[in-house]
Design a protein around this ligand. Structure first.
Ligand code: MG
Ligand code: MG
Length: 258
């Protein structure tokens, strides 16, 4: 989509309903994800859950994507294919899902650490998630996209991690990807102005090593070029005056992971 589409309160209500289905799905994934199951079994769970709740998987067939979830393991950054890969203790599994409920699209991602993970992996998860929250704080009317981008970058950079640049956050609504793009690097005060009625996805993709990535021949999977671990967290936010309205938080997921 080439221009920003502002949402009415009714649109935002519909997006909130879509996000609730997705949030509940990610809770179910949080309960199911463990060593010994395949990533494909999570995709089936998602397909069934979304249909049982009146929606359709927003990713399935999107530009030809063949699954309901993107599941990206360890050095995979995003857009990985669910497969017969058997999840192992110590893995980092990024689960990115999308729901289409009555024409309204929600989009969110959470990276799960499986069982005991290394201190390095734990730190990567903590920093990536915290950088998302720093970005979200800037997602208020009157700020600019660059305020979000620089907040993510400024949080991540001192940790020495690589910030993926080729892939970015985005507006969301009746389309999965709308304007504006929300990069995870940039300058304060730059970029499009944030206005009430915008709904955006902020989604830092952070590599433990270098920021460079490679694109697989399957046409979708993205992994780190140096084989280092990568993490990805994504939230949907409605732009308001004063403070951001997060349409989908991680409270439910983290309650089941305790
Ligand atoms: Mg997204
Ligand atoms: Mg996503």
């Amino acid at each position: 989509m080439s221009k920003v589409i502002l949402k009415s309160e009714d649109d935002i209500e519909q997006l909130r309903a879509s996000a609730e289905v997705l949030s509940n799905l990610l809770v179910e994934i949080g309960k199911a994800i463990k060593p010994g199951i395949t990533t494909l079994s999570l995709d089936k769970l998602a397909y069934d859950f979304i249909h049982d709740h009146g929606g359709t998987p927003a990713f399935l067939n999107y530009q030809g994507f063949p699954f309901s979830l993107c599941i990206s393991v360890n050095d995979q950054v995003v857009h990985g294919f669910p497969s017969d890969y058997v999840i192992q203790e110590g893995d980092l599994i990024s689960v990115d899902g999308g729901v289409n409920l009555k024409g309204y699209i929600s989009d969110s991602a959470y990276t799960f650490g499986i069982g005991e993970i290394s201190d390095e992996a734990e730190r990567l998860l903590d920093v990536t998630k915290a950088s998302l929250f720093e970005g979200v704080k800037q997602a208020v009317a009157g700020n600019r996209v660059g305020d979000i981008s620089s907040a993510v970058q400024d949080y991540v950079t001192p940790h020495g991690y690589g910030i993926v640049r080729e892939l970015v956050g985005h507006g969301v609504g009746r389309n999965l990807h709308e304007k504006p793009e929300i990069p995870n690097y940039g300058k304060r005060g730059n970029g499009p102005k944030l206005k009430e009625g915008m709904v955006i996805c902020i989604e830092p993709m952070i590599n433990a090593g270098d920021r460079k990535i490679k694109f697989w021949e399957d046409g979708w999977t993205v992994s780190t070029a140096d084989g280092s671990l990568s993490a990805h967290f994504e939230q949907m936010v409605a732009i308001r005056k004063g403070s951001p309205e997060v349409l989908l938080d991680f409270v439910g997921i983290e309650n089941v992971l305790k």
